[in-house]
Unconditional design. Structure first.
Length: 458
């Protein structure tokens, strides 16, 4: 992989040329890409059981067309529809991976696009992993360039995600530098995804991921047939950075390009909640491990970074999905039940009067130090005031699952097992995990059975 040196004024072209160049992944990057695929699959299988996942899978199958690509729900569909449906399902339970420096869920947009086209084209497993690594790189760089100003209104997984998916698609299809540039241009002009869904906890967030994956596939296919797209979609006068990020930080698009892969910095989520809450959840769990009981708590105060407050400062969630974005509710869950998994986000849990009362005693405020460190470090301080006047405090500078506080292979396999339990038999789970572990040796990715045992036609 050659290092690329290009001015920000030629960023779209530089990224396209890098994507279209030969890639030979280092061993550590190959291993990380495999971990990302397994983690994405687990989240996707679990998402098939959600209302959003069922709707997306059913629609993708009903759209008709050639049965080119696998739906994780157990059926097949055209590649664009499969990318859409699998993007939605894999983002539906908030357990998909997270690249913290870019504040982006890269797997849920990149892998559905790469897999849908990979099956259509019968590509090798190694090519699939190369496509995934390149998609993560492009998406992360665009997201980092857009920065916090963009994130205030735009869900970066939906916006930068279109570039990630298009970059992955370009590798699968073997596009030339010009074709790749066209694909990025088409993807960028369709980038979207607004945070307003948080107001009522609707399904739109999952659509952002699904639509980005679908857009990337469509853009790559169009580019292969000669459909042109803006060659300056990122850095141009009316491009993404100026239109949606107040100018952003253009240097982030190309600085160090070719000197490594962003996928190596990826994080994995161990709690079924918005990643911005994870530092506070980890701190609350540590307080519980130290023996703190909920009946001893007078109040809880969380100090964390500004974006966490803006996104998750929801004091009274009205449905289980919205509860995943409620810092007070998730901290109360961690203190009261000792885990914040899928099973905790139910209507019964939401209605638990004791849990609600504890959540009402959780307050939060911005911590300047944590804000200054974000997004490179995601931290929180949880302070508990006891009813007898005692005080307890835990500080977390980086949550579990981050590169500098990593999840083990055993933890990730346990996570995959738990998330896929309703969709795969024990025998199938073992076979799928084994196949992903050796995917770089696969001559054709269609040899792997990606769909779940259940054929969900509901």
């Amino acid at each position: 992989m050659a290092s690329v040196h290009a001015p920000a004024s030629h960023a779209t072209r530089a990224l396209a040329e890098w994507v279209a160049s030969p890639h030979s992944l280092p061993e550590l990057t190959t291993t990380m890409a495999k971990r990302c695929v397994l983690d994405w699959l687990g989240a996707g299988y679990a998402g098939c059981d959600t209302p959003a996942g069922r709707i997306a899978t059913r629609l993708a199958a009903a759209l008709g067309g050639p049965e080119e690509s696998t739906l994780l729900g157990g059926r097949r569909a055209g590649c664009t529809a499969a990318a859409m449906a699998n993007g939605i399902t894999s983002h539906a339970v908030e357990m998909d991976d997270l690249h913290r420096p870019s504040v982006m869920h890269l797997g849920t947009v990149t892998i559905p696009a790469a897999l849908a086209l990979g099956e259509r084209e019968h590509c090798t497993g190694r090519r699939l992993l190369e496509a995934i690594a390149c998609g993560y790189e492009v998406g992360a760089r665009v997201a980092e360039a857009c920065g916090v100003a963009h994130y205030r209104f735009w869900h970066v997984t939906g916006t930068a995600g279109t570039f990630a998916a298009a970059g992955a698609g370009a590798v699968i299809l073997g596009l030339s530098p010009q074709q790749t540039r066209d694909a990025l241009g088409s993807a960028g002009t369709m980038a979207a995804g607004l945070w307003e869904f948080l107001a009522d906890g609707t399904m739109s967030k999952t659509l952002h991921a699904g639509r980005a994956a679908e857009t990337g596939v469509l853009s790559a296919l169009l580019a292969r047939d000669g459909f042109t797209g803006s060659g300056t979609i990122l850095e141009g006068e009316k491009g993404i950075l100026r239109a949606m990020a107040g100018g952003g930080t253009p240097a982030r698009l190309t600085d160090g390009l070719g000197e490594g892969y962003r996928i190596d910095e990826n994080s994995f989520k161990l709690h079924a909640a918005c990643g911005h809450i994870h530092p506070a959840i980890d701190a609350a769990l540590e307080l519980r491990r130290r023996g703190l009981r909920t009946d001893e708590i007078a109040r809880v105060h969380v100090r964390t970074f500004r974006v966490a407050i803006e996104v998750t400062g929801i004091p009274n969630p009205q449905n289980p999905y919205q509860a995943k974005f409620s810092l007070p509710f998730c901290v109360a869950l961690a203190l009261a039940r000792g885990r914040v998994g899928l099973g905790e986000f139910t209507t019964d849990t939401l209605a638990d009067p004791a849990l609600r009362a504890l959540a009402d005693r959780v307050t939060y405020a911005e911590d300047g130090g944590r804000t200054a460190a974000y997004p490179d470090r995601w931290g929180a301080i949880v302070e508990v005031q006891g009813k007898r006047g005692d005080r307890h405090e835990v500080r977390v500078d980086t949550p579990r699952g981050s590169p500098d506080n990593p999840a083990t292979d055993e933890e990730l396999l346990d996570k995959f097992t738990a998330l896929s339990a309703s969709r795969l038999s024990a025998e199938r789970r073992a076979r799928v995990a084994e196949a992903i572990g050796a995917i770089d040796q696969a001559s054709d990715v269609t040899a792997i059975s990606w769909g779940s045992d259940a054929d969900d036609r509901r």
